[in-house]
Design a protein around this ligand. Structure first.
Ligand code: SF4
Length: 88
């Protein structure tokens, strides 16, 4: 099955939590900070990443497209293609 990756840029995140509403399985609130976090994800500097399955794609798209600060990217791991946010 294809794999996808969510990437969260904590520097851009302004803590409006559209993502946690759209995809509560993958996005949570970082304790003590007005920032989102990827549940079960890995952190490197200001970037968190989480691999997700194809059946979780729709919710991840909603969260990614809903972020007004372009803090989230959804990437197809096989092709490297950016799936969301969608242009325009
Ligand atoms: S929607 Fe974007 S800015 Fe808001 S908490 Fe989620 S990642 Fe941060």
């Amino acid at each position: 099955m294809a794999k996808y990756k969510l990437k969260l840029n904590l520097k851009r995140c302004q803590g409006q939590f559209v993502c946690t509403a759209g995809d509560p399985d993958h996005f949570g609130k970082k304790e003590g900070e007005e920032k989102a976090t990827l549940i079960g994800g890995e952190r490197e500097g200001n970037i968190e990443t989480l691999e997700i399955e194809e059946n979780a794609l729709e919710e991840a798209k909603v969260a990614t497209n809903g972020c007004a600060f372009q803090a989230i990217e959804l990437i197809d791991e096989e092709s490297g293609e950016l799936i969301a946010p969608e242009e325009g």
